[in-house]
Write a protein that binds this ligand. Structure first.
Ligand code: C5P
Length: 232
């Protein structure tokens, strides 16, 4: 059975941790903006029917012709103005979904190296289980601390460093967002809102290459990935 699947790509951050003039989602790597690489991965994934992109209000005007005409991304149906935090940005896109959408894949615009095959796997898992995300085992030991003093060393074998996409049935995700609003519960992680409903979230093992471009050195890492792939 095939469901209608929409991807929500959130790219409305102000890039506070990044500094500089250009927001990180629009920084160019090898001549192309980060967001363009991300959208290309969803464009080429057969399981994705259309895309809603959430961007800063002031970027809507230039992106409206840019995305289809120069970037060649035909699946983008909606370009939406983002909110104050990530949760508000996702909610802004959820409110605009077409009635017939059954599965929603939420992804950070600043994760340009997600494999299209992984997006497809997550869509299938969400159709089966309701909620699915991708993550990797932390490479470092993680400790719980308070005021710079260690409280506990966590067992690395049970930890997952969570990425996006996170994919859900539309029904579950909308319910989770509505409950979060009622509870005034805030998170930068969509699946946390689903957990807050008491629902199960399935974890698929992903790739360390699916980095989130967060600080300036991540651009150097991204360039290295791109050059390696180009030379293959
Ligand atoms: O800031 P952080 O790295 O957690 O942002 C993750 C993603 O959420 C980024 O792609 C960013 O553009 C997006 N975001 C957003 N609206 C906000 C804040 C972040 O769409 N208000």
């Amino acid at each position: 059975m095939s469901h209608k699947v929409t991807a929500i790509i959130v790219a409305a951050g102000s890039g506070k941790r990044f500094g500089g003039q250009v927001k990180k989602q629009f920084m160019e790597i090898n001549g192309k903006p980060v967001l363009r690489y991300t959208l290309e991965r969803f464009q080429t994934c057969d399981k994705i029917d259309d895309i809603s992109v959430v961007v800063p209000q002031e970027s809507i005007q230039w992106l409206t012709p840019e995305i289809p005409d120069r970037w060649g991304i035909s699946k983008v149906k909606n370009i939406i103005s983002g909110g104050t935090d990530r949760q508000d940005s996702v909610w802004a896109a959820l409110k605009e979904l077409d009635d017939d959408v059954e599965i929603v894949a939420v992804h950070d615009g600043v994760r340009p190296f997600i494999a299209s095959a992984m997006i497809a796997k997550l869509v299938d898992a969400a159709g089966k289980y309701g909620a699915a995300l991708v993550g990797v085992k932390p490479k470092d030991t993680i400790k719980l601390t308070r005021e710079a003093v260690v409280i506990e060393t966590l067992d690395r074998r049970s930890l997952v460093s969570v990425q996006t996409p996170q994919v859900f049935t539309r029904e579950l995700l909308v319910k989770a967002y509505q409950k979060a609003r009622l509870d005034e519960y805030k998170s930068t992680d969509d699946s946390a809102l689903v957990e807050n409903l008491g629902e199960k979230v399935v974890v698929l093992e992903g790739s360390y290459q699916n980095i989130k471009i967060t600080s300036p050195e991540d651009i150097l890492i991204a360039e290295a990935f791109l050059n390696r792939n180009a030379n293959k």
